[in-house]
Design a protein around this ligand. Sequence first.
Ligand code: SF4
Ligand code: SF4
Length: 112
Amino acid sequence: MENNTCMACGACCAYFRVSFPDAETNVVSGRMVPLDMTLFLNSTQRYMKGTQGITPRCIALEGKVGFRVKCTIYGSRPSICQAFKPSWENNIRNIHCDRARGSYGLQPFSEY
Ligand code: SF4
Ligand code: SF4
């Protein structure tokens, strides 16, 4: 959520299950997603608390989706969050961004 676009959105943080390798909570990996904000998905994967279920919302998300939000662990967020880009950033469409935004009544971004 480094850009204003995402800070006024947050839909993807309250739409998908956010899972990632268990190693990302390990101090040795140098990443350190806060352990107490995660749960085991299986023997090798964890997920962010709150993102499993019918109405997902990441425990680390602050604010109101579609208005003003903040990731409270931005500097140590999981790799999947780092890789997730708004649609058409760098001219690449992200249909998952479009889908998450759509679920909150937000317009998808256009190519231009
Ligand atoms: S859904 Fe798209 S615009 Fe909204 S926070 Fe996620 S990446 Fe950013
Ligand atoms: S860790 Fe941060 S960027 Fe990732 S889903 Fe949660 S609030 Fe969003």
